[in-house]
Write a protein that binds this ligand. Structure first.
Ligand SMILES: [Zn+2]
Length: 110
């Protein structure tokens, strides 16, 4: 099992940082960065963005390029809703002033 992925950022190899320079002499290139794979405590592969992208810029480059495909996996044409109960309570802050707190609790329908 490999201990790394190559960064999936489509522009990763174009950013001019020392960490991307490979080669010797006159045969130098900018190369996509390796990304260390993080595992959970029980050694399961973690499907988290930092196992696929070297930094936020590469993640955002990928999302900009593939956003339509990403959201097409779970299209949202209607809003989602969750039943709740809302109550108001009067609380006192650290200065001794009263304020109204809005308490939101999920309604368990099961
Ligand atoms: Zn990258």
């Amino acid at each position: 099992m490999s201990d790394h992925n190559w960064c999936h950022g489509p522009e990763c190899h174009t950013y001019t940082t020392q960490s991307r320079i490979r080669g010797s002499g006159r045969d130098k290139v900018l190369r996509t960065r390796k990304v260390k794979i993080h595992y959970s405590n029980n050694n399961e592969y973690l499907y988290t963005w930092y196992n696929f992208f070297c930094d936020n810029r590469c993640l955002m480059d990928y999302l900009r390029k593939h956003m339509r495909s990403v959201v097409a996996h779970e299209p949202r044409t209607m809003p989602l809703e969750l039943p709740i109960n809302v109550t108001k309570t009067t609380e006192t802050n650290w200065r001794g002033n009263n304020y109204t707190r809005t308490n939101i609790e999920r309604v368990d329908n099961t």
